[in-house]
Design a binder for this molecule. Structure first.
Ligand code: NAD
Length: 502
Protein backbone atom coordinates (compact mmCIF):
# COMPACT_ATOMS: atom_id res chain seq x y z
CA UNK A 1 0.00 0.00 0.00
CA UNK A 2 1.71 3.22 -1.15
CA UNK A 3 1.08 6.74 -0.05
CA UNK A 4 1.28 8.62 -3.34
CA UNK A 5 0.55 12.16 -2.20
CA UNK A 6 1.23 13.77 -5.58
CA UNK A 7 -1.52 11.98 -7.43
CA UNK A 8 -5.06 13.26 -7.74
CA UNK A 9 -7.16 11.92 -4.91
CA UNK A 10 -10.44 10.08 -5.23
CA UNK A 11 -13.00 11.95 -3.16
CA UNK A 12 -15.56 10.83 -0.62
CA UNK A 13 -19.18 11.86 -1.20
CA UNK A 14 -20.85 12.97 2.02
CA UNK A 15 -23.97 15.10 2.31
CA UNK A 16 -23.78 16.21 -1.32
CA UNK A 17 -20.11 17.28 -1.14
CA UNK A 18 -17.15 15.61 -2.84
CA UNK A 19 -14.62 15.78 -0.01
CA UNK A 20 -10.91 15.11 0.44
CA UNK A 21 -10.45 12.37 3.02
CA UNK A 22 -8.48 13.15 6.17
CA UNK A 23 -7.16 9.57 6.19
CA UNK A 24 -3.49 8.77 6.69
CA UNK A 25 -3.97 5.56 4.73
CA UNK A 26 -4.17 5.61 0.93
CA UNK A 27 -3.54 3.23 -1.95
CA UNK A 28 -2.78 3.81 -5.60
CA UNK A 29 -5.19 3.28 -8.47
CA UNK A 30 -3.01 1.79 -11.20
CA UNK A 31 -3.47 1.40 -14.95
CA UNK A 32 -3.03 -2.39 -15.36
CA UNK A 33 -1.64 -2.06 -18.90
CA UNK A 34 1.13 0.38 -17.98
CA UNK A 35 1.49 0.44 -14.14
CA UNK A 36 1.00 4.21 -14.31
CA UNK A 37 -0.50 5.55 -11.09
CA UNK A 38 -3.75 7.30 -12.00
CA UNK A 39 -4.92 8.45 -8.59
CA UNK A 40 -4.82 7.68 -4.90
CA UNK A 41 -7.83 6.40 -3.00
CA UNK A 42 -8.30 6.79 0.77
CA UNK A 43 -9.24 4.27 3.40
CA UNK A 44 -11.94 6.41 4.99
CA UNK A 45 -11.64 7.12 8.71
CA UNK A 46 -14.26 6.03 11.28
CA UNK A 47 -15.34 9.69 11.60
CA UNK A 48 -15.89 9.90 7.82
CA UNK A 49 -17.91 6.69 7.90
CA UNK A 50 -20.00 8.11 10.72
CA UNK A 51 -20.51 11.37 8.81
CA UNK A 52 -21.71 9.43 5.74
CA UNK A 53 -24.21 7.46 7.81
CA UNK A 54 -25.41 10.60 9.61
CA UNK A 55 -25.92 12.36 6.28
CA UNK A 56 -27.89 9.42 4.85
CA UNK A 57 -29.96 9.17 8.02
CA UNK A 58 -30.77 12.90 7.99
CA UNK A 59 -31.79 12.81 4.31
CA UNK A 60 -34.12 9.83 4.68
CA UNK A 61 -37.31 11.42 6.11
CA UNK A 62 -37.69 13.93 3.27
CA UNK A 63 -36.48 11.62 0.51
CA UNK A 64 -38.71 8.73 1.54
CA UNK A 65 -41.74 11.01 1.18
CA UNK A 66 -40.67 12.50 -2.15
CA UNK A 67 -43.26 12.00 -4.87
CA UNK A 68 -42.88 9.03 -7.20
CA UNK A 69 -42.73 11.26 -10.27
CA UNK A 70 -39.94 13.39 -8.77
CA UNK A 71 -37.90 10.27 -7.97
CA UNK A 72 -38.54 8.77 -11.39
CA UNK A 73 -37.58 11.93 -13.30
CA UNK A 74 -34.14 12.01 -11.63
CA UNK A 75 -33.42 8.61 -13.16
CA UNK A 76 -34.73 9.73 -16.56
CA UNK A 77 -32.25 12.60 -16.40
CA UNK A 78 -29.51 10.31 -15.10
CA UNK A 79 -29.82 7.84 -17.97
CA UNK A 80 -29.50 10.76 -20.39
CA UNK A 81 -26.33 12.02 -18.67
CA UNK A 82 -24.78 8.54 -18.75
CA UNK A 83 -25.50 8.25 -22.48
CA UNK A 84 -24.04 11.70 -23.16
CA UNK A 85 -20.86 10.83 -21.25
CA UNK A 86 -20.49 7.24 -22.45
CA UNK A 87 -17.14 7.64 -24.25
CA UNK A 88 -15.52 9.52 -21.38
CA UNK A 89 -16.81 6.96 -18.86
CA UNK A 90 -15.58 4.05 -20.98
CA UNK A 91 -12.11 5.58 -21.38
CA UNK A 92 -11.84 6.06 -17.61
CA UNK A 93 -13.04 2.53 -16.96
CA UNK A 94 -10.53 1.03 -19.41
CA UNK A 95 -7.68 3.09 -17.95
CA UNK A 96 -8.18 1.82 -14.39
CA UNK A 97 -9.68 -1.63 -15.01
CA UNK A 98 -7.99 -2.76 -18.23
CA UNK A 99 -10.90 -4.18 -20.26
CA UNK A 100 -11.33 -3.14 -23.89
CA UNK A 101 -13.16 0.09 -24.71
CA UNK A 102 -16.02 -1.84 -26.34
CA UNK A 103 -16.35 -4.03 -23.26
CA UNK A 104 -16.16 -0.96 -21.00
CA UNK A 105 -19.11 0.50 -22.91
CA UNK A 106 -20.92 -2.82 -22.39
CA UNK A 107 -20.17 -2.60 -18.64
CA UNK A 108 -21.71 0.89 -18.52
CA UNK A 109 -24.61 -0.05 -20.78
CA UNK A 110 -25.69 -3.01 -18.62
CA UNK A 111 -25.79 -0.59 -15.67
CA UNK A 112 -27.61 2.02 -17.72
CA UNK A 113 -30.39 -0.51 -18.32
CA UNK A 114 -30.94 -0.66 -14.55
CA UNK A 115 -31.07 3.15 -14.36
CA UNK A 116 -33.74 3.11 -17.09
CA UNK A 117 -35.66 0.52 -15.09
CA UNK A 118 -35.39 2.67 -11.94
CA UNK A 119 -37.27 5.36 -13.84
CA UNK A 120 -40.35 3.07 -13.79
CA UNK A 121 -40.31 2.92 -10.01
CA UNK A 122 -43.97 3.97 -9.84
CA UNK A 123 -45.11 0.71 -11.38
CA UNK A 124 -42.49 -1.40 -9.66
CA UNK A 125 -43.17 -0.29 -6.09
CA UNK A 126 -46.96 -0.45 -6.24
CA UNK A 127 -48.71 -2.45 -3.57
CA UNK A 128 -51.65 -4.83 -4.01
CA UNK A 129 -55.26 -4.50 -2.97
CA UNK A 130 -58.10 -6.96 -2.49
CA UNK A 131 -61.53 -5.44 -2.18
CA UNK A 132 -64.13 -7.03 0.19
CA UNK A 133 -62.00 -9.73 1.80
CA UNK A 134 -64.87 -9.77 4.33
CA UNK A 135 -68.01 -7.69 4.50
CA UNK A 136 -66.88 -4.06 4.32
CA UNK A 137 -63.22 -5.05 4.66
CA UNK A 138 -60.37 -4.35 2.22
CA UNK A 139 -56.75 -5.52 2.42
CA UNK A 140 -53.87 -3.72 0.74
CA UNK A 141 -50.09 -3.50 0.93
CA UNK A 142 -47.61 -0.64 1.11
CA UNK A 143 -44.01 -1.21 0.01
CA UNK A 144 -42.13 1.35 2.06
CA UNK A 145 -38.41 2.17 1.94
CA UNK A 146 -36.22 0.76 4.70
CA UNK A 147 -33.97 3.72 5.55
CA UNK A 148 -30.20 3.80 5.06
CA UNK A 149 -28.96 0.98 2.79
CA UNK A 150 -25.42 0.17 1.66
CA UNK A 151 -23.62 -1.46 -1.27
CA UNK A 152 -20.16 -3.03 -1.54
CA UNK A 153 -18.86 -3.66 -5.06
CA UNK A 154 -16.06 -5.66 -6.78
CA UNK A 155 -13.40 -4.51 -9.25
CA UNK A 156 -14.55 -6.36 -12.35
CA UNK A 157 -17.64 -4.28 -13.25
CA UNK A 158 -16.96 -0.86 -11.72
CA UNK A 159 -19.88 0.71 -13.62
CA UNK A 160 -22.53 -2.01 -13.92
CA UNK A 161 -22.48 -3.30 -10.36
CA UNK A 162 -22.68 0.04 -8.51
CA UNK A 163 -25.54 0.79 -10.95
CA UNK A 164 -27.22 -2.50 -9.97
CA UNK A 165 -27.41 -1.10 -6.45
CA UNK A 166 -27.88 2.60 -5.71
CA UNK A 167 -30.39 3.56 -8.44
CA UNK A 168 -32.93 0.94 -7.37
CA UNK A 169 -32.38 1.51 -3.64
CA UNK A 170 -32.73 5.27 -4.02
CA UNK A 171 -35.67 5.08 -6.45
CA UNK A 172 -37.51 3.09 -3.74
CA UNK A 173 -37.04 6.04 -1.34
CA UNK A 174 -34.01 4.80 0.59
CA UNK A 175 -30.78 6.68 1.15
CA UNK A 176 -27.52 4.95 0.31
CA UNK A 177 -23.87 4.44 1.19
CA UNK A 178 -21.71 2.98 -1.57
CA UNK A 179 -18.31 1.38 -0.97
CA UNK A 180 -16.70 0.91 -4.42
CA UNK A 181 -13.79 -1.40 -5.16
CA UNK A 182 -10.59 0.23 -4.00
CA UNK A 183 -8.87 -1.14 -7.11
CA UNK A 184 -10.84 0.93 -9.65
CA UNK A 185 -13.06 3.54 -7.97
CA UNK A 186 -12.68 6.35 -10.54
CA UNK A 187 -15.41 5.49 -13.02
CA UNK A 188 -17.74 4.71 -10.11
CA UNK A 189 -17.09 8.21 -8.74
CA UNK A 190 -17.71 9.79 -12.12
CA UNK A 191 -21.06 7.96 -12.23
CA UNK A 192 -21.83 9.34 -8.77
CA UNK A 193 -21.02 12.87 -9.97
CA UNK A 194 -23.47 12.42 -12.83
CA UNK A 195 -26.08 11.05 -10.42
CA UNK A 196 -25.78 14.19 -8.29
CA UNK A 197 -25.96 16.31 -11.45
CA UNK A 198 -29.18 14.48 -12.34
CA UNK A 199 -30.74 15.82 -9.15
CA UNK A 200 -30.19 13.29 -6.36
CA UNK A 201 -30.48 15.46 -3.21
CA UNK A 202 -27.61 15.93 -0.77
CA UNK A 203 -27.26 13.01 1.64
CA UNK A 204 -29.32 10.57 -0.43
CA UNK A 205 -26.22 9.06 -2.08
CA UNK A 206 -22.95 8.89 -0.13
CA UNK A 207 -19.64 7.19 -0.95
CA UNK A 208 -16.92 5.95 1.38
CA UNK A 209 -13.75 4.17 0.27
CA UNK A 210 -11.60 1.50 1.83
CA UNK A 211 -11.27 -2.23 2.36
CA UNK A 212 -11.92 -4.68 5.16
CA UNK A 213 -12.34 -2.12 7.97
CA UNK A 214 -14.93 0.01 6.24
CA UNK A 215 -16.81 -3.08 5.05
CA UNK A 216 -16.95 -4.35 8.61
CA UNK A 217 -18.12 -0.92 9.79
CA UNK A 218 -20.96 -1.07 7.23
CA UNK A 219 -21.95 -4.55 8.42
CA UNK A 220 -21.95 -3.45 12.06
CA UNK A 221 -23.52 0.02 11.90
CA UNK A 222 -26.90 -0.07 13.65
CA UNK A 223 -28.45 2.62 11.42
CA UNK A 224 -27.83 0.70 8.18
CA UNK A 225 -30.79 -1.55 7.41
CA UNK A 226 -29.68 -3.53 4.35
CA UNK A 227 -26.41 -4.48 2.65
CA UNK A 228 -25.98 -5.52 -0.95
CA UNK A 229 -22.64 -7.13 -1.75
CA UNK A 230 -21.05 -8.40 -4.95
CA UNK A 231 -17.60 -10.01 -4.86
CA UNK A 232 -15.80 -13.21 -3.93
CA UNK A 233 -17.41 -16.09 -2.04
CA UNK A 234 -14.97 -15.72 0.86
CA UNK A 235 -15.68 -12.04 1.49
CA UNK A 236 -19.38 -12.33 0.63
CA UNK A 237 -19.89 -15.12 3.14
CA UNK A 238 -18.20 -13.00 5.81
CA UNK A 239 -20.35 -9.97 4.90
CA UNK A 240 -23.55 -12.04 4.93
CA UNK A 241 -22.80 -13.53 8.34
CA UNK A 242 -21.66 -10.28 9.92
CA UNK A 243 -24.47 -8.12 8.49
CA UNK A 244 -27.27 -10.57 9.31
CA UNK A 245 -25.87 -11.08 12.80
CA UNK A 246 -26.31 -7.33 13.23
CA UNK A 247 -29.95 -7.71 12.20
CA UNK A 248 -29.66 -6.39 8.64
CA UNK A 249 -31.02 -7.68 5.40
CA UNK A 250 -28.17 -8.93 3.23
CA UNK A 251 -27.83 -10.15 -0.33
CA UNK A 252 -24.44 -11.41 -1.46
CA UNK A 253 -23.68 -12.30 -5.07
CA UNK A 254 -20.43 -14.22 -5.00
CA UNK A 255 -17.85 -16.30 -6.87
CA UNK A 256 -18.37 -18.63 -9.77
CA UNK A 257 -17.03 -21.52 -11.83
CA UNK A 258 -19.38 -21.60 -14.78
CA UNK A 259 -19.59 -24.54 -17.15
CA UNK A 260 -20.53 -24.62 -20.81
CA UNK A 261 -21.99 -27.87 -22.12
CA UNK A 262 -21.55 -28.56 -25.81
CA UNK A 263 -23.59 -31.23 -27.59
CA UNK A 264 -22.48 -32.45 -30.99
CA UNK A 265 -25.61 -31.11 -32.71
CA UNK A 266 -24.73 -27.50 -31.81
CA UNK A 267 -23.99 -24.94 -34.50
CA UNK A 268 -20.23 -25.44 -34.51
CA UNK A 269 -18.84 -22.05 -35.61
CA UNK A 270 -21.29 -20.11 -33.47
CA UNK A 271 -20.48 -22.27 -30.46
CA UNK A 272 -16.71 -21.97 -30.88
CA UNK A 273 -17.00 -18.17 -31.18
CA UNK A 274 -19.22 -18.02 -28.10
CA UNK A 275 -16.91 -20.25 -26.06
CA UNK A 276 -13.79 -18.26 -26.93
CA UNK A 277 -15.55 -14.96 -26.19
CA UNK A 278 -16.97 -16.11 -22.88
CA UNK A 279 -13.82 -17.88 -21.64
CA UNK A 280 -11.28 -15.20 -22.59
CA UNK A 281 -13.22 -11.92 -22.90
CA UNK A 282 -12.43 -9.37 -20.16
CA UNK A 283 -9.37 -11.61 -19.54
CA UNK A 284 -11.69 -14.12 -17.88
CA UNK A 285 -12.53 -11.63 -15.10
CA UNK A 286 -16.30 -11.95 -15.29
CA UNK A 287 -18.44 -13.76 -12.76
CA UNK A 288 -20.40 -15.02 -15.78
CA UNK A 289 -17.33 -16.11 -17.78
CA UNK A 290 -17.24 -19.71 -19.00
CA UNK A 291 -13.93 -21.07 -17.67
CA UNK A 292 -15.00 -24.73 -18.00
CA UNK A 293 -16.36 -26.46 -21.08
CA UNK A 294 -17.74 -29.98 -21.06
CA UNK A 295 -17.64 -31.49 -24.53
CA UNK A 296 -20.27 -34.21 -24.79
CA UNK A 297 -19.99 -37.28 -27.03
CA UNK A 298 -18.76 -36.48 -30.53
CA UNK A 299 -18.25 -32.80 -29.65
CA UNK A 300 -15.03 -34.04 -28.02
CA UNK A 301 -13.49 -33.84 -31.47
CA UNK A 302 -13.78 -30.02 -31.41
CA UNK A 303 -10.82 -29.46 -29.09
CA UNK A 304 -8.38 -28.60 -31.87
CA UNK A 305 -10.82 -26.11 -33.42
CA UNK A 306 -11.33 -24.43 -30.06
CA UNK A 307 -7.59 -24.00 -29.58
CA UNK A 308 -7.26 -22.52 -33.09
CA UNK A 309 -10.10 -20.10 -32.34
CA UNK A 310 -8.41 -18.98 -29.11
CA UNK A 311 -5.17 -18.32 -30.99
CA UNK A 312 -6.94 -15.72 -33.14
CA UNK A 313 -7.59 -13.45 -30.14
CA UNK A 314 -5.33 -10.45 -29.77
CA UNK A 315 -3.85 -9.59 -26.38
CA UNK A 316 -3.18 -5.88 -25.94
CA UNK A 317 -4.01 -2.83 -23.84
CA UNK A 318 -7.75 -2.28 -23.64
CA UNK A 319 -7.40 1.22 -25.10
CA UNK A 320 -5.83 -0.10 -28.34
CA UNK A 321 -8.09 -0.77 -31.31
CA UNK A 322 -8.93 -4.42 -32.08
CA UNK A 323 -7.88 -5.73 -28.68
CA UNK A 324 -9.72 -8.88 -27.59
CA UNK A 325 -8.03 -9.51 -24.25
CA UNK A 326 -6.73 -6.75 -21.98
CA UNK A 327 -4.55 -7.10 -18.87
CA UNK A 328 -5.53 -8.57 -15.52
CA UNK A 329 -6.41 -6.06 -12.82
CA UNK A 330 -3.12 -6.27 -10.86
CA UNK A 331 0.35 -7.79 -10.74
CA UNK A 332 -0.90 -9.95 -7.86
CA UNK A 333 -3.77 -11.27 -9.98
CA UNK A 334 -1.35 -12.11 -12.84
CA UNK A 335 0.98 -13.95 -10.48
CA UNK A 336 -1.92 -15.91 -8.99
CA UNK A 337 -3.24 -16.95 -12.42
CA UNK A 338 0.25 -18.04 -13.52
CA UNK A 339 0.67 -20.07 -10.34
CA UNK A 340 -2.63 -21.79 -10.99
CA UNK A 341 -1.50 -22.63 -14.54
CA UNK A 342 1.67 -24.13 -13.01
CA UNK A 343 -0.49 -26.18 -10.65
CA UNK A 344 -2.50 -27.55 -13.58
CA UNK A 345 0.71 -28.83 -15.18
CA UNK A 346 1.92 -30.29 -11.89
CA UNK A 347 -1.37 -32.08 -11.35
CA UNK A 348 -1.24 -33.70 -14.79
CA UNK A 349 -3.57 -31.66 -17.01
CA UNK A 350 -2.50 -31.20 -20.65
CA UNK A 351 -1.59 -27.60 -21.53
CA UNK A 352 -2.81 -27.13 -25.11
CA UNK A 353 -2.31 -23.36 -25.22
CA UNK A 354 -0.02 -21.46 -22.83
CA UNK A 355 -0.71 -17.78 -22.19
CA UNK A 356 2.17 -17.25 -19.78
CA UNK A 357 5.04 -15.08 -21.02
CA UNK A 358 2.86 -13.34 -23.57
CA UNK A 359 4.66 -10.25 -24.93
CA UNK A 360 2.67 -7.14 -25.81
CA UNK A 361 4.51 -4.55 -27.91
CA UNK A 362 4.51 -1.14 -26.26
CA UNK A 363 3.24 -2.47 -22.94
CA UNK A 364 6.12 -4.40 -21.34
CA UNK A 365 4.81 -3.75 -17.83
CA UNK A 366 1.18 -4.83 -18.41
CA UNK A 367 -0.44 -7.63 -16.38
CA UNK A 368 -1.08 -9.72 -19.47
CA UNK A 369 -1.86 -13.43 -19.65
CA UNK A 370 -2.84 -14.84 -23.02
CA UNK A 371 -5.57 -17.40 -23.68
CA UNK A 372 -4.69 -20.65 -21.96
CA UNK A 373 -6.37 -24.02 -22.50
CA UNK A 374 -6.07 -27.24 -20.54
CA UNK A 375 -7.50 -30.60 -21.55
CA UNK A 376 -7.56 -33.81 -19.52
CA UNK A 377 -8.72 -31.80 -16.53
CA UNK A 378 -9.97 -33.80 -13.56
CA UNK A 379 -12.40 -32.33 -11.08
CA UNK A 380 -10.04 -32.70 -8.10
CA UNK A 381 -7.40 -30.42 -9.72
CA UNK A 382 -6.94 -26.88 -8.39
CA UNK A 383 -7.53 -25.39 -11.84
CA UNK A 384 -11.01 -26.94 -11.72
CA UNK A 385 -11.75 -26.39 -8.03
CA UNK A 386 -10.72 -22.73 -7.77
CA UNK A 387 -12.14 -19.66 -9.46
CA UNK A 388 -9.10 -18.66 -11.55
CA UNK A 389 -10.53 -15.31 -12.71
CA UNK A 390 -8.13 -15.23 -15.66
CA UNK A 391 -8.17 -16.30 -19.33
CA UNK A 392 -7.81 -20.00 -18.57
CA UNK A 393 -10.20 -22.60 -20.01
CA UNK A 394 -10.48 -26.14 -18.63
CA UNK A 395 -11.86 -28.77 -21.00
CA UNK A 396 -13.68 -31.80 -19.59
CA UNK A 397 -15.43 -34.61 -21.40
CA UNK A 398 -18.73 -36.38 -20.78
CA UNK A 399 -20.31 -39.34 -22.50
CA UNK A 400 -23.80 -37.85 -22.38
CA UNK A 401 -25.88 -34.95 -21.10
CA UNK A 402 -26.72 -36.65 -17.79
CA UNK A 403 -23.02 -37.00 -17.01
CA UNK A 404 -22.42 -33.31 -17.85
CA UNK A 405 -25.27 -32.20 -15.58
CA UNK A 406 -23.90 -34.36 -12.75
CA UNK A 407 -20.49 -32.67 -13.06
CA UNK A 408 -22.05 -29.19 -12.87
CA UNK A 409 -24.24 -30.03 -9.90
CA UNK A 410 -21.28 -31.50 -8.01
CA UNK A 411 -19.34 -28.24 -8.36
CA UNK A 412 -19.59 -25.92 -5.35
CA UNK A 413 -20.65 -22.88 -7.39
CA UNK A 414 -23.95 -22.23 -9.12
CA UNK A 415 -23.73 -18.81 -10.75
CA UNK A 416 -24.15 -19.32 -14.52
CA UNK A 417 -24.03 -22.01 -17.18
CA UNK A 418 -24.76 -22.39 -20.87
CA UNK A 419 -25.73 -25.26 -23.13
CA UNK A 420 -25.05 -25.30 -26.86
CA UNK A 421 -27.38 -27.56 -28.82
CA UNK A 422 -30.09 -27.56 -31.47
CA UNK A 423 -32.18 -30.01 -29.45
CA UNK A 424 -35.06 -28.40 -27.59
CA UNK A 425 -35.54 -31.58 -25.57
CA UNK A 426 -31.91 -31.60 -24.41
CA UNK A 427 -32.05 -27.89 -23.55
CA UNK A 428 -35.23 -28.39 -21.55
CA UNK A 429 -33.78 -31.33 -19.62
CA UNK A 430 -30.75 -29.15 -18.88
CA UNK A 431 -32.76 -26.18 -17.61
CA UNK A 432 -34.87 -28.45 -15.42
CA UNK A 433 -32.04 -30.41 -13.83
CA UNK A 434 -29.08 -28.08 -13.47
CA UNK A 435 -28.79 -26.30 -10.08
CA UNK A 436 -27.51 -22.95 -11.34
CA UNK A 437 -28.92 -19.42 -11.17
CA UNK A 438 -28.46 -18.17 -14.74
CA UNK A 439 -28.86 -20.58 -17.64
CA UNK A 440 -28.06 -19.77 -21.26
CA UNK A 441 -29.42 -21.80 -24.16
CA UNK A 442 -27.09 -20.97 -27.04
CA UNK A 443 -26.38 -17.77 -25.08
CA UNK A 444 -22.91 -17.82 -23.49
CA UNK A 445 -23.27 -15.06 -20.86
CA UNK A 446 -26.93 -15.00 -19.85
CA UNK A 447 -26.93 -11.99 -17.50
CA UNK A 448 -30.64 -11.21 -17.12
CA UNK A 449 -31.97 -7.83 -18.27
CA UNK A 450 -33.49 -5.72 -15.47
CA UNK A 451 -37.04 -6.89 -16.14
CA UNK A 452 -35.72 -9.94 -14.24
CA UNK A 453 -33.22 -10.16 -11.40
CA UNK A 454 -29.72 -11.62 -11.23
CA UNK A 455 -29.88 -14.90 -9.36
CA UNK A 456 -27.37 -17.53 -8.26
CA UNK A 457 -27.25 -20.79 -6.39
CA UNK A 458 -25.15 -22.62 -3.79
CA UNK A 459 -21.71 -21.01 -3.14
CA UNK A 460 -22.49 -18.21 -5.61
CA UNK A 461 -25.21 -16.52 -3.58
CA UNK A 462 -26.38 -15.87 -0.04
CA UNK A 463 -29.71 -14.20 0.66
CA UNK A 464 -33.11 -14.81 -0.84
CA UNK A 465 -33.52 -11.87 -3.17
CA UNK A 466 -31.32 -10.86 -6.10
CA UNK A 467 -30.01 -7.45 -7.11
CA UNK A 468 -31.97 -5.22 -9.55
CA UNK A 469 -35.26 -6.20 -11.20
CA UNK A 470 -38.42 -7.21 -9.37
CA UNK A 471 -36.68 -8.98 -6.50
CA UNK A 472 -34.69 -5.95 -5.44
CA UNK A 473 -37.84 -3.94 -4.86
CA UNK A 474 -38.72 -6.47 -2.18
CA UNK A 475 -35.17 -6.33 -0.85
CA UNK A 476 -35.18 -2.54 -0.51
CA UNK A 477 -38.70 -2.17 0.89
CA UNK A 478 -40.71 -3.28 3.88
CA UNK A 479 -44.16 -4.58 3.03
CA UNK A 480 -46.97 -3.50 5.33
CA UNK A 481 -50.30 -5.28 4.95
CA UNK A 482 -53.30 -3.23 5.96
CA UNK A 483 -56.72 -4.70 6.62
CA UNK A 484 -59.31 -1.95 6.98
CA UNK A 485 -62.97 -1.63 7.70
CA UNK A 486 -64.84 1.68 7.46
CA UNK A 487 -68.12 1.56 9.35
CA UNK A 488 -71.24 2.89 7.82
CA UNK A 489 -74.39 3.07 9.92
CA UNK A 490 -75.66 -0.40 8.99
CA UNK A 491 -72.39 -2.26 9.68
CA UNK A 492 -71.75 -0.41 12.91
CA UNK A 493 -74.49 -2.08 14.87
CA UNK A 494 -72.83 -5.48 15.49
CA UNK A 495 -72.10 -7.72 18.48
CA UNK A 496 -68.75 -8.49 20.10
CA UNK A 497 -66.93 -11.07 17.94
CA UNK A 498 -64.43 -13.30 19.81
CA UNK A 499 -63.49 -15.49 16.81
CA UNK A 500 -60.59 -14.93 14.39
CA UNK A 501 -62.86 -14.17 11.44
CA UNK A 502 -63.00 -10.66 10.00
P1 NAD B 1 -13.54 -9.20 -3.40
O1 NAD B 1 -14.42 -10.10 -2.65
O2 NAD B 1 -12.06 -9.27 -3.16
O3 NAD B 1 -13.93 -7.66 -3.10
C1 NAD B 1 -15.27 -7.24 -3.12
C2 NAD B 1 -15.43 -6.08 -2.15
O4 NAD B 1 -15.14 -6.53 -0.83
C3 NAD B 1 -14.51 -4.91 -2.43
O5 NAD B 1 -15.23 -3.71 -2.29
C4 NAD B 1 -13.42 -5.04 -1.39
O6 NAD B 1 -12.92 -3.81 -0.96
C5 NAD B 1 -14.11 -5.74 -0.24
N1 NAD B 1 -13.20 -6.63 0.51
C6 NAD B 1 -12.10 -7.27 0.03
N2 NAD B 1 -11.53 -8.03 1.00
C7 NAD B 1 -12.30 -7.86 2.10
C8 NAD B 1 -12.23 -8.40 3.41
N3 NAD B 1 -11.27 -9.24 3.79
N4 NAD B 1 -13.19 -8.04 4.29
C9 NAD B 1 -14.19 -7.20 3.95
N5 NAD B 1 -14.27 -6.65 2.70
C10 NAD B 1 -13.35 -6.98 1.79
O7 NAD B 1 -13.89 -9.37 -4.94
P2 NAD B 1 -13.15 -8.78 -6.22
O8 NAD B 1 -11.82 -9.45 -6.37
O9 NAD B 1 -13.18 -7.31 -6.19
O10 NAD B 1 -14.13 -9.26 -7.38
C11 NAD B 1 -14.05 -10.52 -7.99
C12 NAD B 1 -15.00 -11.51 -7.37
O11 NAD B 1 -16.34 -11.02 -7.45
C13 NAD B 1 -15.03 -12.84 -8.10
O12 NAD B 1 -15.10 -13.87 -7.15
C14 NAD B 1 -16.30 -12.78 -8.92
O13 NAD B 1 -16.85 -14.03 -9.27
C15 NAD B 1 -17.18 -12.03 -8.00
N6 NAD B 1 -18.29 -11.41 -8.71
C16 NAD B 1 -19.53 -11.97 -8.56
C17 NAD B 1 -20.61 -11.45 -9.24
C18 NAD B 1 -21.98 -12.04 -9.09
O14 NAD B 1 -22.94 -11.37 -9.47
N7 NAD B 1 -22.12 -13.24 -8.56
C19 NAD B 1 -20.42 -10.35 -10.09
C20 NAD B 1 -19.14 -9.80 -10.20
C21 NAD B 1 -18.08 -10.34 -9.50
Amino acid sequence: MNSVANNPSVKLLINGQFLESQSQQWRSVINPATQKVLARVPFATPAEMQAAVASAQAAFPAWSKTAIGTRARIFLKYQQLIRENMSELAALLTAEQGKTLADAEGDIFRGLEVVEHAASIGNLQMGEMANNVAAGVDTYTLNQPLGVCAGITPFNFPAMIPLWMFPMAIACGNTFILKPSEQDPMVTMRLCELAMQAGIPAGVLNVVHGGEEIVNAICDHPVIKAVSFVGSTKVGTHVYQRATLAGKRAQCMMGAKNHAVVLADANKQQTLNNLAGAAFGAAGQRCMALPVVILVGEAQAWVGDLVEKAKTLSVNAGAEADTDIGPLISCTAKLRVEQLIDSGLQQGATLLLDGRDVRVAGYPEGNFVGPTIFSNVRTEMRIYQEEIFGPVLCILHAANLAEAIAIINANAHGNGTAIFTQSGAAARTFQEQVDVGQIGINVPIPVPVPLFSFTGSRASKLGDLGPYGKQVIQFYTQTKTITSRWFDDELAAGKVNTTISL
